[in-house]
Design a protein around this ligand. Structure first.
Ligand SMILES: [Zn+2]
Ligand SMILES: [Zn+2]
Length: 248
């Protein structure tokens, strides 16, 4: 790994470590770029396990200061991981245009009306809704890449033909719009339902750009063997060509 484009810090209230700890670990591990991609804050503060809206100015000031401090040692990119919430898109644009958060990742953890948690038990209706909304979200052109496309298999229980059909719709969209897809090491590290082998085998039928991200929530996970190393091995086994560097 020479760059990691998906990193959390203690600012999201469910990860540990300061921003600077992750930057220093990245330098120590020889990374040439790291994107700090905190879960995007919302005016409504839906979730205590996310950065709160009022915390953003302090977070942003700290990140800007660290970018200046470590310039010349590592490229630190400002990013955010976002659900496709139509009511928040103006704020996403504001973060990008006024504050320089140019790497907006689509990580669709909750449906756009917040009625479905995509980690929760679900049936076909919820899985199809996830695929519909991911396709709709990517079509806005706001998002640079798609995090963990297969996150919604959590709670679905099987990788049946219906699940593969929905994942295929997502991959077809990514192919058409030239949006890279992430194989997520945090899912691999935690033994979650993703990355799903059949889904990633299916992905080979499409012309896709792939990246592996740590999605670290602990500093020692940034470049860990169990997570990142395991995911790299997983991609190699499936013959997936992984792109390590993007000019973001
Ligand atoms: Zn995520
Ligand atoms: Zn994440």
């Amino acid at each position: 790994m020479i760059a990691n484009y998906h990193t959390h810090t203690r600012w999201c209230h469910h990860a540990q470590g300061e921003i600077e700890d992750y930057i220093r670990e990245a330098i120590a591990r020889g990374l040439q770029a790291i994107a700090i991609t905190e879960h995007v804050p919302h005016t409504a503060n839906f979730d205590p396990r996310r950065m709160q809206w009022e915390e953003f100015p302090a977070f942003n000031a700290e990140l800007d200061a660290l970018i200046a401090q470590y310039a010349g040692q590592i490229r630190v990119i400002k990013g955010m991981e976002c659900e496709f919430y139509p009511f928040s898109l103006d704020n996403y644009r504001m973060f990008r245009e006024q504050y320089g958060y140019r790497l907006l990742i689509l990580g669709h953890h909750t449906s756009k009306d917040r009625s479905v948690d995509n980690f929760a038990p679900k049936g076909r209706r919820e899985l199809q809704l996830y695929a519909d909304e991911v396709v709709e979200g990517l079509s806005t052109g706001l998002f640079t890449f798609l995090a963990h496309p297969d996150v919604a298999l959590s709670g679905y229980g099987q990788t049946d033909a219906f699940a593969l059909e929905q994942m295929g719709r997502i991959f077809a969209c990514c192919q058409e719009l030239h949006i890279p897809v992430e194989i997520n090491a945090n899912g691999f590290r935690d033994g979650r339902r993703y990355p799903d082998r059949q889904v990633w085998e299916l992905s080979r039928q499409y012309d896709l750009t792939y990246l592996i991200n740590s999605d670290a929530h602990l500093v020692e996970h940034l470049c860990d063997q169990a997570g990142v190393g395991g995911t790299e091995a997983f991609a190699r086994e499936l013959g997936i060509p992984v792109t390590g560097w993007f000019d973001w």
